[in-house]
Write a protein that binds this ligand. Structure first.
Ligand SMILES: *Cc1c(COP(=O)(O)O)cnc(C)c1O
Length: 360
């Protein structure tokens, strides 16, 4: 038995969809990208969706479209994939890290206001592992201080907070990297209700071009191809089913794991379990991971080094902050497989193995 921590579901529909694009003669950004954007916007309940090459470029474009640049500060989490804050560096602004709530692994809204300075322009709440941040509190702070909100929803496709979708509170950013809840091979998406932000994102995505070969601003080639969009469209149709499968696996682990701290989901939030992440205190995490590996169970530490502790952030950007909950989480977390291809027998094997190791 070998249970991978992540495995994209790729069926005959994806293959057929790709073949149709290859046969159509339109391979670059074309009708499938448009259809994928429309479908994604509808899923999120927003007016616009703009497809990009990755979650990273979605964040990059969103920051540029909101006019964030040198001299600006952007509040975000250090307990996330590095793209959440690297995108801030790309535009010449400075990421300001706020500690997490240890129960949710997400930005602690109670600590955000203390980090706001006259330079603060935006907050990037990261909906880590498929659980949204407490957006009511974050939107209230943003409104009070006139800050832009760019949601990093790269792990939270179709997650909700009080019934409202990830990517529909601020400007949203999503990734379609193969390990995510849905994939397009690679790819990303920006979601927005604001017409002006939508237009700017499209222009920045395509070399600052509104009229062919007349360039109004510095832009990039961050366009998605129709090949990727064709895969994304098939996967978008299956997203709800994938997420239900992840939730069923998570519920089984919640009910049966012993001796470890299972994920907690605050009232009003719907978790889509991009990762099912447990905490193992007392320094036993690495030994448990090694034992599970021997049992054929793939695990992963998301994330072993918080961003403010990455060498180049310290050496090149001068970060020397202490974020106690972020650092503690990095030492204690372990993610277990809950993707849609894990079988019931495999789920039972995961439970038995964890409980055996923990002596429970
Ligand atoms: C995956 C991910 C990204 C970046 O997405 P890519 O498509 O890999 O560029 C950004 N933020 C978070 C939280 C992610 O998990």
């Amino acid at each position: 038995m070998k249970i991978n921590i992540a495995k994209p579901v790729m069926g005959p529909e994806e293959k057929q969809a790709v073949m149709e694009v290859l046969d159509s003669g339109i391979i670059t950004q074309g009708p499938r990208v448009k259809k994928f954007e429309d479908g994604f916007a509808a899923m999120c309940g927003v007016k616009h969706a703009i497809a990009t090459t990755s979650g990273t470029t979605a964040l990059h474009i969103a920051l540029l479209a909101h006019g964030i640049g040198p001299g600006d500060e952007v509040i975000t989490s250090a307990f996330t994939f590095i793209a959440s804050s690297n995108s801030v560096l790309f535009v010449g602004a400075r990421p300001v890290f706020v500690d997490i709530d240890p129960n949710t692994f997400n930005l602690d809204p109670a600590q955000i206001e203390a980090a706001i300075t006259p330079e603060t322009k935006a907050i990037i709440p990261v909906h880590l592992f498929g659980l949204m941040c407490e957006m009511d509190a974050i939107m209230a702070i943003a409104k009070k201080h006139n800050l832009i909100v760019i949601e990093d929803a790269c792990q939270a496709h179709d997650a909700t907070c009080k019934g409202k979708k990830a990517g529909s509170f601020g400007t949203g950013t999503f990734s379609f990297y193969p390990t995510k809840n849905m994939t397009a091979g690679e790819g990303g998406m920006i979601t927005a209700d604001d017409d002006q932000i939508d237009e700017l994102c499209r222009v920045i995505r395509n070399h600052g071009m509104r009229r062919r070969y007349y360039h109004d601003m510095l832009g990039y080639n961050f366009r998605m191809s129709d090949i990727h969009a064709a895969i994304g469209l098939v996967q978008l149709g299956r997203l709800a089913g994938y997420n239900q499968s992840r939730q069923a696996h998570a519920a089984f682990l919640d009910a049966n794991l012993k001796g470890v701290v299972t994920p907690s989901v605050p009232e009003g939030l719907e978790h889509v379990y991009h990762q099912y992440t447990i905490r193992i205190p007392d320094g036993k995490r690495d030994a448990l991971a090694a034992y599970l590996n021997e049992q054929g169970i793939g695990t992963m530490i998301y994330y072993p080094v918080p961003i403010h502790k990455q060498t180049f952030y310290q050496e090149e950007y001068g970060y020397d902050q202490h974020l106690p909950e972020t650092e503690k989480a990095a030492d204690e977390v372990l993610s277990l497989p809950v993707h849609p291809l894990v079988t019931d027998d495999e789920m039972a094997h995961i439970v038995k193995s964890v409980n055996h190791f923990m002596g429970a």
